[in-house]
Design a protein around this ligand. Structure first.
Ligand code: 16G
Ligand code: MG
Length: 548
């Protein structure tokens, strides 16, 4: 493509997706995310960037997902998906930020500079898959992405409304056809098909009950489960609520993030005590289970508990297969409840790595194990299996002793239920249900595996959240001066106390996390640390208070 044809980059921008704001925007942990009204030019430019990225990757397909996940309806966002279905390579985040912020007048020349910088061969074909969540602002933004792709002569393919993990899956399949078929149907075929295979091998035993209630957060995940529901042949009876419609608003008082952070059940259903409920987030990449007891108290089974359930079952299958030489490990963040880390290392004897918040960090660390399980406490996570691990299990499934073969075949189905590209609420839900069914567990049996230490999360608004720097996977804070010393002093007053602070990557706030032996102490410790952040890191607005 000769440089003169970059003129169209400017033409599209000026005529259709002009930059109408000077607010600086940054590619953060989950792409660009802000008020939908500030995003159109950004998404158009990400269409341009996706084409350059595809060419740098020799014409392999790149994904663009329009979503703001668990944020409320007025927000939206955009993120790029790399060829293997993983998050955009970190070194490109800066390039994305630069392209998003230049003026329309400088767009053409900046695009030319970036083409040179990344060495993108404009003669190559380029392919971009585009998906969006259910927000009413999403179609318009998806159209802007399509224009960006067209402006640089790439080939866009629109998937319409899909969950974020479905788009990741399709991108991966398009670039590696051994993984599956790159369509929504291909996703159902592989993931739901494998779940049905598992179910047929495992009779319902013990306390397991095939009825599962699901809070769809009024987003895309619930809608897709409504499609899947009909094909489950009674292996799982899904009772779905918060499916959108009936005035229910996206993520408002419902969904995985609401349940996790507020530690309250979602609206939208009368809770029957001890019913097993799963809560998805708005774009279907997070999953939290919970139940309400007979005193109307909620019991959460979050990403930590999901990770433990999966780790213990995979460990058992590996043992039955005789494949214990495969190294299984778990990846968590500082938000993992201390009790979960103790249970994993001491009871399950599985090694744990702690990394910084953000899927890309967890995913990356998980790849260093033969079988790596990663979960954030907020319910985002999955399992990744190395080629070697898959080969070993396949071989046992064909050549092992009868009992070993049986376990290996179950494990192969389990691998197929997994969306290895990224955390996926739907895939994770089927993984969890498989384990509960295999073990004959009810939600209470699962919750009884270990007890969480009480914890609390708070946020503090400060002038500039970048004054907070951290080290040791965000568990220690290195600036502003004196803050860590103060935190240590506060923590030392509480039995089993632990607390850390970090700047949010998605909101203009500093997050505070605390744990202690009682809920009251955890709440108090969080409030005290929040005060310290307010005082030492330039708090603005009201002083932080305890949540009700
Ligand atoms: C994003 C991240 C998630 C992380 C969260 C933290 C991805 C795809 N998502 O949603 O992993 O837990 O940000 O948000 O990386 P925070 O920085 O605002 O606490
Ligand atoms: Mg999400």
């Amino acid at each position: 493509m000769p440089p003169s044809s970059l003129r169209v980059v400017y033409a599209f921008a000026r005529e259709m997706h002009p930059k109408t704001t000077d607010v600086f925007i940054q590619y953060g942990t989950a792409g660009f995310r802000t008020k939908a009204s500030l995003l159109e030019h950004v998404v158009y430019r990400m269409g341009l960037l996706a084409v350059l990225r595809s060419r740098v990757k020799n014409g392999r397909t790149i994904g663009i997902m329009i979503t703001a996940s668990h944020n409320l309806e007025p927000d939206n966002g955009v993120k790029l998906v790399d060829p293997d279905g993983e998050m955009l390579e970190q070194s490109w985040e800066e390039i994305a930020t630069r392209l998003a912020n230049v003026s329309d007048n400088d767009l053409e020349s900046t695009t030319a500079e970036i083409i040179k910088q990344v060495n993108s061969d404009m003669a190559l074909k380029a392919s971009v898959y585009i998906g969006m969540d259910t927000r009413y602002t999403s179609p318009r933004l998806a159209a802007a992405a399509v224009h960006g792709v067209m402006a640089l002569k790439g080939t866009p393919k629109e998937f319409g409304i899909v969950t974020t993990p479905m788009l990741h899956f399709c991108v991966k399949c398009r670039n590696d056809n051994t993984y599956g078929t790159p369509t929504e149907e291909g996703y159902y075929e592989k993931i739901v098909g494998a779940f049905k295979n598992i179910s047929q091998k495992l009779p319902v035993v013990g306390n397991y009950n095939t009825t599962l209630y699901v809070d769809g957060a009024n987003g895309v995940g619930g809608k897709k489960l409504n499609i899947i529901k009909k094909s489950l042949d009674g292996e799982l009876d899904l009772v779905l609520f918060n499916l959108g419609g009936n005035g229910g608003k996206l993520n408002l008082n419902c969904g995985a993030d609401f349940v996790k952070v507020s530690q309250k059940p979602p609206v939208g259903i009368e809770h029957v005590p001890f019913q097993r409920v799963a809560s998805l987030d708005g774009d279907g990449d997070r999953l939290i289970y919970y139940y309400v007891d007979d005193k109307n108290e909620i019991h959460l089974l979050d990403g930590d508990q999901i990770a433990i359930l999966l780790a213990s079952y995979i460990t058992e299958l590996l043992k039955s297969c005789g494949a214990q030489e495969l190294r299984l490990g778990l990846v968590q963040t500082a938000y993992a409840n201390g009790a979960s880390t103790r249970y994993i290392t001491q009871e399950l004897k599985v090694p744990v790595t702690c990394v910084k918040t953000g899927v890309k960090h967890l995913h990356h660390a998980a790849l260093s194990y033969d079988i790596g399980i990663y979960f954030e406490a907020n319910g985002h996570g999955t399992v990744v299996y190395s080629k070697e691990a898959k080969n070993v299990v396949r071989k046992i499934a064909e050549e092992g002793e009868a009992e070993q073969r049986k376990a290996a075949q179950l494990l192969l189905n389990f691998i197929d239920v997994t969306n290895e590209t990224v955390g996926d609420a739907i895939s994770d839900l089927f993984l969890v249900e498989s384990v509960l069914r295999a073990r004959g567990l009810d939600v209470r049996d699962w919750a009884a595996l270990y007890r969480d230490v009480p914890c609390r999360q708070l946020k503090v608004t400060v002038q500039d959240r970048n004054v907070i720097s951290t080290t040791d996977a965000e568990r220690q804070c290195t600036s502003p001066e004196g803050l860590q010393t103060k935190i240590n002093e506060l923590v030392s007053k509480y039995p089993s106390g632990r607390s850390f602070v970090r700047a949010s990557g998605t909101e203009d706030v500093v997050r505070v996390y605390s744990e202690a032996d009682t809920q009251e102490s955890a709440d108090k410790l969080a409030a005290e640390v929040a005060q310290a952040v307010f005082d030492l890191a330039g708090g603005v607005g009201d002083r932080p208070e305890l949540p009700e």
